[in-house]
Design a protein around this ligand. Structure first.
Ligand SMILES: Cc1cc2nc3c(=O)[nH]c(=O)nc-3n(C[C@H](O)[C@H](O)[C@H](O)COP(=O)(O)OP(=O)(O)OC[C@H]3O[C@@H](n4cnc5c(N)ncnc54)[C@H](O)[C@@H]3O)c2cc1C
Length: 390
């Protein structure tokens, strides 16, 4: 094989690119595979700017199964990713997720709860009195209750990315620091990529793992994806009153969410309709002070006194058709695979997605069939329904 010719090129080395590289190399170490990443510091990658939460609280069965798979993989991740005695430390903390419901979303919560129970998930139905007993700082009186996933939690997203990356490298994947400027095609077959450095790389398979930049990249091959970068903000808070124990990721029906972070801090966010579309990384303390803080203090009166320590903005790659993943080969361009459009829940989907794509490409049987997320639905305009979006 010529020097610049690969079996597979992965565009983007965030968590999707690294997990996919790992599963491909694990299944077939003879593969010549390159991951091209423009910013190995991951300053603007969604992976490193996320809330790093994992939960089974979704309404689409496949999304629940994806998270069940993530739970299983995260439990043994540190052992599985050992490279020459170096073990990653991913700080996997199963501190729970609590989704509150009101009259408006009571029925949807009950339906999702029933499905999650059927799939064997660790999920509890709490009335508002129980919520108040478990978390005495909360005032749940305006709400009917909540669903509590005791095994849900969070982890160090960068450590997981780095764990996959180190393991994929040890199995033979090559990581190239460069920017892909064009995905080349000949007729309806993908040919490879061109890099900002001027080099051209050939491959019969190119996987788009470019996160919020995926549409821009796909466009260079003439493929239009319904995925937009949307800026989301996160705030880190130092509250005067500290809870007795860790607070679960708590999601109010309004979409406000917060959880305990290491160092006694609270992380908080809310997706808002005015969040700008585009590559916007600015955050706005006024939004916290004027809108989010009063909302937080209403639910947790003890958080009336706090200090805003810092904030940041990262990008959701929002699939405007249905906010769900787009996985598999683009039907109109042979060899062009997608792992895109994860909106606000892609991090936890990386293990299942990486595995699924490697099975699809290497034509191995599926451990978890994710064909429901096939790109065909984009062309046919058949949205999937997921009520558990944050
Ligand atoms: C504020 C926030 C909170 C979130 N919270 C959660 C959460 O709690 N749980 C959860 O599961 N998900 C969460 N998400 C979503 C999650 O972060 C993403 O779905 C996930 O990280 C996507 O991974 P990725 O690898 O596709 O994208 P990224 O991590 O963005 O990686 C894409 C990479 O591609 C590279 N790239 C792009 N274009 C090119 C090019 N042309 N050439 C070379 N390299 C390129 C970029 O530099 C980047 O490193 C959150 C996201 C945000 C913004």
């Amino acid at each position: 094989m010529e020097q610049n010719t690969y079996d597979i090129i992965i565009a983007g080395g965030g968590i999707m690119g690294c997990a996919t590289a790992y599963y491909l190399m694990k299944s077939d170490p003879s593969l010549k595979l390159a991951v091209v990443e423009k910013d190995p510091a991951y300053e603007r990658a969604s992976t490193t700017l996320s809330m790093a939460n994992v939960r089974i609280q979704f309404s689409l069965e496949e999304n629940v199964r994806i998270s069940q798979y993530a739970f299983e993989k995260l439990e043994t991740f540190e052992e599985d990713m050992v490279v020459e005695d170096r073990k990653p430390a991913i700080a996997y903390r199963r501190e729970g997720n609590l989704f509150l419901f009101d009259d408006k979303n009571h029925a949807a919560a009950a339906e999702a709860y029933g499905m999650q129970k059927k799939l064997g998930c660790d999920i509890e139905w709490w009335d508002s009195r129980t919520i108040g007993e478990r978390y005495p700082l909360y005032d749940p009186s305006p709400y009917g209750g909540g669903t509590y996933g005791a095994k849900d939690g969070h982890f160090d997203a960068y450590a997981v990315l780095a764990g996959y990356k180190a393991k994929a490298k040890s199995l033979g994947a090559l990581f190239i620091q460069d920017e892909i400027t064009t995905i080349s095609r000949s007729g309806d077959i993908v040919q490879g990529v061109s890099l900002a450095s001027g080099e051209d790389l050939s491959a019969e398979i190119v996987i788009n793992c470019a996160g919020a930049w995926c549409s821009r990249l796909a466009e260079t091959a003439g493929v239009r994806l319904p995925v937009q970068p949307v800026s989301r903000q996160v705030f880190a808070l130092d509250t005067q009153v500290k809870p007795d124990g860790p607070l679960p990721l708590t999601v109010l029906p309004s979409g406000l969410f917060f959880r305990s972070e290491t160092g006694g801090l609270i992380l908080l966010g809310k997706s808002m309709t005015e969040d700008p579309v585009g590559f916007n990384f600015s955050w706005d303390d006024k939004r916290f002070m004027e809108v989010l803080w009063p909302e937080l203090a209403e639910f947790v009166p003890a958080f009336e006194a706090l200090k805003l320590v810092r904030g940041w903005a990262g990008l959701y790659a929002v699939n405007t058709l249905d906010s769900n993943a787009i996985l598999g080969e683009w039907p109109e361009l042979k060899g062009f695979y997608l792992a895109n459009g994860f909106s606000g829940h892609g991090l936890q989907q990386a293990p299942a997605v990486g595995r699924y794509l490697s099975e699809l490409i290497l034509r191995n049987p599926h451990k978890l069939d994710l064909s429901t997320f096939s790109p065909n639905r984009i062309l046919d305009r058949r949205p999937l329904s997921e009520a558990g979006l944050v």
